[in-house]
Write a protein of this length. Structure first.
Length: 378
């Protein structure tokens, strides 16, 4: 069996350090926020080329509080993409604002800047570009449009720890950047976790209050806040793992490059990395018009795979109230029907990559014409 991800292998490689870090929190009894979270906030913000970091309980909370800090509320509109995890849109909904979608670029799966300006109205307050699968959105034109219209830019970097765009790190380019530390992320906690990074001290101050019941100090509640604090154990674990993130990222990039070589010249449609960018391959997604057959064939050969994501948000029943219909975002809808995520994790070996590639190439051979046409289309 080649697993889709192997969290146990990673834990075993750092077991002694992680165990000691957890034991330290148990002995200090700083279970909520505390010194380990504070140290991690500083270290991760610096890693992300930002000045300030605010640890929270999830990536969803990071998005939610960033929107609130930006003053987004009822009657406002926030522009994002429909091809993303539902949390991006849920965070907008939590504020009372309305999500407005623009389609993706079919090569990168990120926001198409050429479609952005037409979606802006007098009610637009913010833009959330999603750095999907480990690749940054095309940020320069997005930032230029936002500046011209006086809009806040909040980066959804929940899948893009350490990704870069023209030398700038994910999370450092907009007004705020939001990260998830869900266990399967490139930098994953042993539970839930999230963070907002920013250079703006007022945004930071507001988020710190909002995550802790809106309190400026104990029992002095300035805002109507939430219980969105990061746990001490997660901060301690993430500090240990952050020290290895660059090595793990390069291991992912090496595995992706190996996949690319193995699929070169074949009918398999592989991920497209932008020029002047550092893709960190949270997901290595190929495309096929015969996804179910391919996935079943791979599993029969002992190879796990995933689908990220099978339904674009505008077609989910939960967000039918937004009023969108099938056909409005064709690139997002096509990607949702065709993407198939192959095993990708830092400990993935060259032999495992070759085993996966052999199986994919074998099943691709059953549908060569369709696969070839798809590869040319994207």
């Amino acid at each position: 069996m080649v697993p889709f991800v192997d969290l146990k292998a990673q834990y075993l490689s750092i077991k002694s350090e992680v165990d000691a870090a957890i034991q330290g929190v148990l002995e200090s009894c700083q279970f909520t926020l505390g010194s380990e979270v504070q140290a991690f906030e500083q270290e991760f913000a610096a890693y992300s080329q930002a000045k300030l970091g605010m640890g929270v309980n999830t990536g969803t909370s990071a998005l939610h509080l960033s929107l609130l800090a930006a003053g987004v509320g009822r009657g406002d509109e926030v522009i994002t993409v429909p091809f993303t995890f539902v949390a991006t849109v849920s965070a907008i909904d939590y504020t009372g604002a309305k999500a407005v979608f623009v389609d993706i670029d079919p090569k990168t799966y990120t926001m198409d800047p050429a479609k952005l300006e037409a979606a802006i109205t007098k009610n637009t307050k913010a833009i959330i570009p999603v750095h999907l699968y480990g690749q940054c959105a095309d940020m320069d034109p997005i930032l230029e449009i936002a500046k011209r219209h006086g809009l806040v830019v909040i980066e959804d970097a929940c899948q893009a720890h350490g990704a870069e765009y023209k030398g700038r790190r994910a999370g450092s380019m907009g007004d705020m950047g939001c990260f998830s530390f869900y266990p399967g992320k490139n930098l994953g906690a042993y539970g839930e976790g999230g963070m907002v990074v920013t250079d703006n001290p007022e945004f930071a101050r507001t988020i710190r209050m909002l995550r802790d019941w809106g309190a400026e100090k104990k029992y002095h509640h300035v805002l109507k806040g939430y219980n969105f604090r990061m746990e001490g154990i997660q901060g301690a674990v993430l500090r240990v793992k952050l020290r290895r993130l660059e090595a793990w990222t390069e291991a992912r990039r090496t595995a992706a490059a190996h996949y690319d070589r193995l699929f070169a010249g074949s009918a398999v449609a592989t991920p497209k990395a932008m020029a002047d960018a550092r893709h960190v391959y949270h997901i290595y997604a190929i495309r096929t018009a015969h996804r179910q057959a391919w996935q079943e064939s791979l599993l029969a050969q002992g190879i796990q795979s995933g689908i990220h994501y099978p339904t674009p948000v505008h077609l989910l029943p939960a967000f039918a109230d937004l009023g969108y219909a099938a056909g409005q975002f064709p690139h997002s809808e096509a990607a949702a029907k065709e993407v198939l995520s192959l095993p990708m994790f830092p400990e993935l070996t060259q032999a495992q990559c070759e085993e996966v590639a052999r199986a994919v190439l074998a099943v691709a051979g059953h549908h060569p014409a369709q696969a070839h046409d798809l590869a040319k289309a994207i």
